[in-house]
Design a protein around this ligand. Structure first.
Ligand code: ATP
Ligand code: MG
Length: 388
């Protein structure tokens, strides 16, 4: 799929911009703090309905209208897909003084109002940023998010299970605290154990499945990008209790049963801790570079590992959708050497659309000459330019 048109209004530092994008490579050039990352964040938000970096919706609305009566940021896009063309609109309502306006996101898909969860993945996208280096060597949360953002774009059931799991987890944790304080009886936990293990089973099964495709892909690209010098290991480490890696359950029901058994065995400890100690909220994926934990690796090795993981993500989405996701590369190319850059672009040349940002066009001349569309962003306004 590819984006043919994008409209951004009152989003971050954007006033109002309407951009026609091309198939192939689109290069967006701009000095620091002009709005390059904001632009890609906006596209990624249209895809996942979540910001890749903001903590609240209000952060996304342009500061100088935040205190007006109706502070709304608006994003709209036309996407050409093999599954039928798409018109996607998102309005983000910031803070409101008037109780009749609800803060949050409103979404329309082809003109029809939809819940955000129904719109996730209508536009499929994969985002690479300079912070990605941490998905290989940083905290487990980043690898869980890596899996979640990817799988929920193609699997509605996964997204529902995630939402349910989060609700159940919260209620179970507060019940554990009440049991600890002797405000509730431990038998009340039985129901919540079932609920938690049920959605937990769906999540863990989907993560294991996704990794089945991701791991060989990521390994293949790690080998290619490093000219055969580096190997990548990625192993699912589900937090399900008493499980070793050679012994992964084969279906949801088994995951659920395993989790229920573990919860049963942990009950006393959990009451003491006032928290749920196992489950997909504590999962990890162990990443190894040349058979050592990724945090032993050099920055360049970690970066290549992270790139390989993102490339594997793009390949996963393509296979699951039968269509190409839009590829968003935020400032990552200029930090690679020419060989690795070529290796990355060779792969994305086979995708319908790639949007690349850079503050240093001189460092990505090779990309510049091959770009179908060239844009410059300054103070939140995007304009197309011809020539070099
Ligand atoms: P760099 O090259 O440093 O990565 P960039 O072009 O990617 O820069 P962005 O991260 O897109 O820059 O940010 C551009 C500007 O947007 C920043 O100066 C930031 O302060 C501003 N900004 C962020 N959120 C808002 C907001 N809600 N309202 C107004 N301005 C905002
Ligand atoms: Mg940036």
């Amino acid at each position: 799929m590819f984006i043919s048109e994008l409209e951004v209004a009152n989003y971050r530092n954007y006033g109002r911009s309407r951009i026609r994008l091309d198939r192939g490579i689109n290069l967006v050039v701009g000095d620091n703090a002009q709005g390059k990352s904001n632009l890609l964040e906006a596209i990624y938000l249209l895809s996942t309905l979540r910001s890749s970096r903001a903590s609240s919706d209000a952060d996304l609305v342009r500061r100088d209208i935040l205190h007006t009566e109706f502070p709304v940021a608006r994003l709209a896009t036309h996407v050409e897909r093999s599954a039928g063309n798409l018109m996607l609109e998102v309005a983000i309502v910031g803070r409101t003084t008037d109780a009749s306006h609800r803060a949050g996101k409103r979404v329309r898909v082809n003109g029809v109002p939809r819940r955000a969860s129904e719109a996730v993945g209508q536009l499929a996208a994969v985002l690479f940023t300079t912070l990605d280096i941490d998905i290989a060597a940083g905290p487990p949360l980043l690898r869980r998010r890596y899996l979640d953002m990817m799988i929920s774009q193609v699997d509605r059931g996964y997204l529902r299970a995630m939402q349910k799991y989060a609700r159940v987890l919260q209620q179970r944790n507060s019940l554990l605290k009440r049991v600890q304080a002797r405000d509730a009886s431990a038998s009340e936990l039985n129901f919540w154990d079932q609920e938690l293990a049920h959605s937990g089973g769906i999540i863990m099964q989907a993560r294991a499945d996704a990794l089945g495709h991701l791991v060989p892909q990521a390994q293949f690209h790690m080998d290619r990008l490093s000219d055969g010098l580096e190997t990548l290991g990625m192993t699912y480490r589900p937090a399900v209790g008493g499980l070793d890696e050679h012994d992964c359950p084969i279906d949801e029901t088994e995951w659920t049963a395993r989790m229920l058994r573990a919860l049963g065995g942990l009950r006393t400890r959990e009451i003491h801790a006032g928290a749920t100690l196992i489950g997909p909220h504590r999962d990890d994926v162990i990443v190894e570079i040349n058979e050592l934990p990724a945090d032993f690796g050099s920055r360049a090795q970690q970066r290549t590992a992270a790139l390989s993981m993102r490339i594997a993500e793009a390949s996963y989405l393509r296979r699951a959708l039968g269509d190409d996701p839009v590829v968003l590369l935020d400032d990552v190319l200029s930090e690679l050497d020419a060989r690795r850059r070529r290796g990355v672009m060779e792969f994305f040349d086979t995708f319908q659309q790639t949007i690349v940002t850079t503050a240093e066009p001189d460092r990505v001349r090779d990309v510049m000459t091959r770009a179908a569309g060239r844009f410059v962003v300054a103070a939140g306004t995007v304009t197309r330019f011809e020539g070099e």
